[in-house]
Structure formats: C-alpha cells, structure tokens
Design a protein around this ligand. Structure first.
Ligand code: HMG
Ligand code: MG
Length: 294
C-alpha cells in the first residue's frame, strides 16, 4: 500500500503575513479557493492576531468568511489568545493553532510574553476549542535556531512539545523559523522530541533560508514524520524573525514525495497555474505600492 504524507498548505497565512505590499482580501480568497480545488485537505487561511502587530492579517474575518468551502477541507487559522480564538470561531475556522517558541527572546518578540506566560494564555483557547470540538494544533518556533539566541537545545523543544500535547494539542508543528536547520540539527531535535511523543503527533515546518528545507524533510521522513507544512510558491517568512525566507515551496515537496512513491492527494499539475497566480499577485502588489510612493 502506498504511504500517505499530509501536506499542510500555509502559504495564505505564513506567506502573506510577510508581504509588505498590499494584497487584497479578494486576492487572498481567490488563492485559498484555488488551493481547495488543487486537492489540499488542510489549508492555513489566515491568523487572528493583533492588527497592530501584523497588519497584513487584519482582514482575517473577511477572508475566512469569503472562501468557498470545499467538503473535506480543513480551513485553519492562528489564534494567539482567547480573543483571537473567538474571532476565528465566529468567522468559521475549522481548526486553530496556538504558537509557542523554544526561545525566550523570540517568544517576547513574537507574542510579547515569556514561554511560561504563553502557555497560560493558551489554556483558555484550548478549553474553548475543546468545548466547541475544534482541533488545536501547536507550533513551536525556533525548534533548531533562534534569530536572537542562536542554536536551541533540542531538550527545550522536547519539553515544550510535551507541555503543548499535555494541554490538548493534537499535533505539534516544529518550526525551523529562520531556515537554519540542517539534516543533522533537525535529526538531533527530532530524536529528543521523539522521546516524549510519537512521530504521528509531529509535523515539520521548515523555512528555506539555507536552501536545506527539502533535505530536512527527507531526513524527517526517515524519522517517521509524515506531515509537513509548505507554502505555495515558497511564499513567506515571519515578521518577527528578520531575514527569515519563505517556507519550503509546496511544489518542491510534492515533487520529491511523489518521486519517492508517497501519496499526497494533491493534483501536481494544478500547482503550476497557482504559482503563476501567486507570482503575479506579489509582483503587482509591489508595483502598486511603488506607484503609491511616487
Ligand atoms: P499584546 O500587545 O501584548 O496584547 O500582544 P494585548 O492583549 O495587550 O492587546 C493589545 C491590543 O491588541 C489590544 O488592542 C487588543 O484588543 C488587541 P487596543 O486596546 O490596543 O486597541 N488584540 C487583538 N486584536 C485582534 N486579535 C487578537 C488580539 N489580541 C489582542 N487576537 C499578541 C500580544 C499575542 C496579541 C501580539 O503579540 C500578536 O498579535 N502577535 C502575533 C505575532 C504574529 O502573528 N507573528 C507571526 C505568526 S507566528 C509565525 O509566523 C511562526 C510560525 O510560522 C512557525 C515558525 O515558522 O516558526 C507559526
Ligand atoms: Mg513559519
């Protein structure tokens, strides 16, 4: 039997949160609809965060409410606190994600609190989501390296993984936020994390700054990981991780997986026109913002 790998498409959120140029809500909705038609079963649509912190995502309710919902597709959103959860729920998110970090400095810069305080803040999100039967995913940023603190101890990642699973996350997405990981550092981190949980509770979320993300996915496959986050067209970065490049490009991951005989459920041919759409979207938005400056 062919083995399945789950691709979690995060381009509309992780990608577009980092675009300085203005992308309209209609364009964001069109992107999500194209992704639904291409066979993705999990799409991270947007984030319900403070518009002062990430203005690119301030139209989250419009986008979440505007998409055409395809049966069988999970439309997810980031929610850093109870307020974000309530907005996401009202807008119809099927799944939410809380996001912690393995680095104290990154936690402060990204969500304005310590790691311990962030866990406290996530509890009411989990309680509300559990009552509503909404699955909660957990992210851990800086799972191998931090833009402010450098290399991160794999044991710190394992500790936070356990906490997030214990409070009720169904899966932990391990973020190489700045794309500094190599197969060696990723495997060292996974080996520590696999002492506290099973591979089927983990996902790889690797940015491609060092052009190693694909190698890191291959190394993770060998460790039994079968869920990976990727972004169409390699869109993305993180506004609080200077220099962070986009997530690994979805078509690159799908090509590699299909070549290795894994099934993804994704219509590979449908990705090319979506990449063209994304390329145009970003170029036009940049041109538009340049004209406004003149
Ligand atoms: P804070 O300033 O400490 O929060 O920010 P606060 O509770 O004091 O609220 C400040 C203001 O924000 C208030 O408004 C709140 O109402 C409002 P004011 O009274 O000043 O007008 N507010 C909100 N508005 C809308 N939705 C909300 C919300 N919460 C508060 N949910 C906070 C704390 C967490 C809110 C802020 O730091 C924040 O929004 N951070 C998000 C940063 C972010 O989105 N980063 C990118 C995503 S993470 C990422 O990309 C990494 C990942 O991809 C994995 C990887 O690659 O590693 C997931
Ligand atoms: Mg990311």
């Amino acid at each position: 039997m062919t083995e399945q790998v789950q691709i979690f498409e995060v381009g509309p959120r992780d990608g577009l949160q980092n675009e300085k140029a203005k992308i309209s809500s209609e364009q964001k909705i069109e992107l999500v609809d194209l992704l639904s038609d291409a066979g993705f079963s999990k799409i991270e649509v947007t984030s319900f965060v403070s518009p002062k912190w990430v203005p690119q995502m301030k139209d989250a309710p419009i986008v979440m409410k505007g998409i055409k919902r395809k049966p069988g597709v999970t439309y997810a959103a980031l929610t850093p606190n109870k307020m974000g959860y309530q907005f996401a729920r009202k807008a119809g998110a099927d799944e939410v994600a809380i996001f912690a970090a393995a680095s104290e400095t990154f936690s402060q810069r990204n969500i304005n609190c310590s790691i311990a305080d962030s866990i406290e803040r996530f509890q009411p999100v989990i309680e509300a989501a559990t009552a509503d039967k909404i699955p909660v995913r957990g992210y851990i940023s800086c799972a191998v390296a931090c833009p402010y603190e450098g290399a991160i101890d794999p044991e710190a990642v394992a500790r936070i993984t356990k906490i997030l699973l214990d409070i009720g996350c169904y899966e932990i997405s391990l973020g190489d936020t700045i794309g500094a990981g190599t197969p060696e550092t990723i495997v060292a981190m996974l080996e520590a994390v696999l002492k506290v949980t099973e591979a089927d509770k983990l996902a790889g979320h690797y940015h491609d700054t060092g052009n190693r993300a694909l190698n890191n996915i291959e190394a993770s496959l060998e460790k039994g990981i079968r869920t990976f986050d990727s972004a169409i067209g390699g869109l993305g970065g993180c506004p609080y991780a200077p220099g962070a490049k986009g997530n690994i490009s979805t078509s690159a991951v799908v090509d590699m997986l299909h070549r290795q005989g894994f099934e993804t459920g994704i219509d590979r041919a449908a990705l090319d026109p979506i990449e063209v759409f994304v390329g145009k979207l970003v170029t036009e938005a940049i041109e538009d913002s340049k004209q406004k400056l003149h």
